[in-house]
Design a binder for this molecule. Sequence first.
Ligand code: ZN
Length: 350
Amino acid sequence: MNSNNFPIIDGHNDTLLRFFEKESAQKAKDFLEGDGLGHLDLPRIRAGGMVGGFFAIFSPNSHEILPDDDDRNPPYAGALSQKSAEQSLQGMLDLRDAIVTEAKGEVALCHTVTEFSNAMAAGELAWITHIEGAEAIKPDLSNLEHYYARGLRSLGPVWSRPNVFGAGVPFRFPSSPDTGRGLTPEGEALVKECNRLRIMVDLSHITERGFWDVVRVTNAPLVATHSNAHAISAHSRNLTDEQLRAIGETGGMVGLNYATGFLRPDGQWSPGTGADVLIRHLEHMIALCGEDCVGLGSDFDGARIPSFIKDASGLPALVAAMVEAEFGEELITKITHRNWLRVLEKTWGS
Ligand code: ZN
């Protein structure tokens, strides 16, 4: 089995924010020609066999607080105003559009599963527009359809900070995922409106209470695009066995996150993390969700990842670890791309 022969659909990256914040007069060109910084750009996407995925739009706080190497309990990020979130959302959508235009057919903005499959077949990068934290959406949801029209097909109601729709998990280790309040009435209305528009609802950053609130109101499969197993790494961002079982029962999806601090049993942010830990998470999640409900959700450009992967061009090393763990061709096909296609079809319709 050749580990370069598995097309990879990725559940989550923060690449658009990286280029949005970059000091450059030609950000789209930098992405398309490659800047060699961070984890993702088009040449490294091609080199690693990545064919598409969820490109997050994350509106940062003005002074973003991210964990240091040894800081497993950073301060909880403060709330962000709707106006400033919407401003950066629009800026990143404009950058996305510039990338698609300048790519001249090499990048395809996808609104349906047919568009996604066609892009894969044509060798175009299949781009799904995702919002990470719904601060830009007005509490009465009056601008949600506008963003749907601009291509929005996946949305996380909360990032790891509080907003009008609910609360996200602060980064804590060790910690239970039960870190605070669940969905507000506005949050429940947002989930229902996403169901109506068939926008995927991403549960990766939501509190445990919020997760079960979504279970109560949603009619869609449960999806956590970039989270790991709490039984192996007791980080607040990871999913309990009960949550993983619920994801499997609804035919949903969990994407393996490569962030070392969410992978390691000791919670350390350590680039020396080996492939064995990623395989353990995959095996645990498969045991609880079933082999149709587990995929990949890198967190490229949003987290410190193991040096054996390094960046998107190192994805074949992760596939090689699956081959070595005797996952078999059928299961590797499911994990690398088929399961994401299945859950997109189930969520978006055909
Ligand atoms: Zn995230």
